[in-house]
Design a protein around this ligand. Sequence first.
Ligand code: C2E
Ligand code: MG
Ligand code: MG
Length: 623
Amino acid sequence: MVIFLVYKFHPESINMRVDILNIVVLAIILPWFAVIGGHISNLRSSISNALSTIERLTNNIKDVIFVLDMNFNYTYVSPSIKIMRGYEPEEVMKQTLYDSFAPSSRDAAMRALYGIMALEESGSRDLIERTLQLEVERKDGTTVWTETKFSFVRDKNSRTVGILGVSRDITERKHAEERIQYLATHDILTGLPNRMMFSRLLNQAIESARRHERQFAILFVDLDRFKIINDTMGHDAGDELLKEMAKRFRQSLRAVDVVGRPQEKNDIVGRLGGDEFIILIEEVSNLNQVATLAQRVLSAAMKPMVILGEECRVTASIGISVYPSDGDDEQTLMRNADMAMYFAKEEGKNNFQFYSQNTQSQAFERLSIETNLRKALERNELYLEYQAKMNFKTGAITGVEALLRWKNPILGLVTPTQFIPVAEETGMIVPIGRWVIKTACAQNIAWQRQGLPPVRMAVNLSLRQLMDDKLLEDITAALNDSGMAPNLLEMEITESMVMYKPERLIEALTKIKNMGVRLALDDFGTGYSSLAHVKQFPIDTLKIDRSFIRNLSQNSEDKAIIEAIIAMGKTLSLNVVAEGVETMAQDEFLREHICDEMQGYYFSKPVAPDQFADLLRKNSATS
Ligand code: C2E
Ligand code: MG
Ligand code: MG
């Protein structure tokens, strides 16, 4: 009884070699001693008290106490077994220990028990080693997780004669642990393995592919234009779409393949744009097989789906890297698949691309430009340089073109031809362009305040800006804020822009024109517009593309084109500017053909505001 009490209140302090059998034996033998000793009534009452106390104690504790003999047969099971497993103690006594365990864990449980026996025989006294988590079967077929502490029962000669077990129901704790484990390894929205789990699976795949000298592939799948759906239809719609995609991707693959969603847990930002999936294609015998699966994934994505009552169609872009040719570690494989995915996007989306060395340089450059450009404005990494335009007849500086520059601490000086296409594609050109207009107008007024003569300020416009509803507001604000006269501002649009959808453009351009702002057609000659085409646009200036000027000395065809452009400009009463004039020969040729203005290194390179002020000061003093 004392032992049970100690066990109940201080289970950790109990001597593990408790002789339970002795108690039981004692309980049976003591009455006979009492009879013999003649103290029958006294002893009988104290014995029955002792037994009922044991009974009451074992009844009241939820833990199950059981005793096994050395062949693992039950010799005692406490009544609380009824609560834990739904059996009466007598029913359990007839079971084998093996059958008490849940079918799926029987072998493992027996192995663990034999391990404990071996420990005991070796004389080890390590108590921790003798606690096992075992899954046992209930009478109704369900299972219960228990934590069972084992100790050994010895006789007077210290021979091990039995095993005492105390089991506690830990099902709830176990399920909570499993849930935590699940949450840590899965994406909650789609139920797919998350980045952590995928990483584990990928490393296993690398291990096994290395061992068996096999190859496998990783597919980086990114939904095209998911952000638009998310932004316009709401996050719930976005979530629906992601769930549906997860389902489709899983269905379009073989059982051995794994789809994951590389979502960081609790990553709120990633959550909003989390339109990426990763697929692990195991056991690849040839690349055609991978291409077929990638195509199947693309087709699955493309099937129409109804979201919030609207039929939507979403496409995907896929980048593929193959172990071991494109990398033999997790990081390299993931990075290369990601790069190949960017390449697929550049190739017009809705396609898949295998990684190659070529992809690497292109995608990396583009990726780092995109990520760094996002912060360029707020970090003041953008600035303008100014290139003079000189009138051939008078030699006076009549205008200046504002040219955007970007200096990034990591990428260094990035040229406009590298970053402007990225800014256009991502829409960043709209806020950047707004800043350019504002800064250029303010600069123009700053020069005038220094007493310099007013010059026309040319600013380049992208198609994306021209299509933006707020462009007129932006121009008005820049003019009002600076106080610059509208006719000093000239917006340059390229010929390639007006080749496409002229009606809408004419409308937008007319509105700008009506504000009193001038318009120039830049890079002219490259699009081979006809006179009739050019006539539709309300422009003031034609800028002959640099490529014609460059070849002037060798190429008589270019000379003919320049002559024709100048003549056409005159017919339309346009101001004709030659771009990229670098040599005296070019200068002379253009002068002869009565071109109006020139812009080029021969006169001045694009320079900083102060340098331009110096140039303008000198120029106005001489001309
Ligand atoms: P663009 O508007 O045709 O500008 C003229 C380009 O020719 C400038 O290149 C200028 O530096 C260069 N250039 C001028 N004279 C010479 C010369 O004698 N020799 C040579 N080799 N080059 C000369 P940049 O600054 O690299 O700009 C390239 C293009 O980027 C511009 O071509 C324009 O289309 C675009 N861009 C520049 N700034 C902006 C901007 O603020 N907004 C927009 N949307 N586009 C811009
Ligand atoms: Mg220009
Ligand atoms: Mg140009």
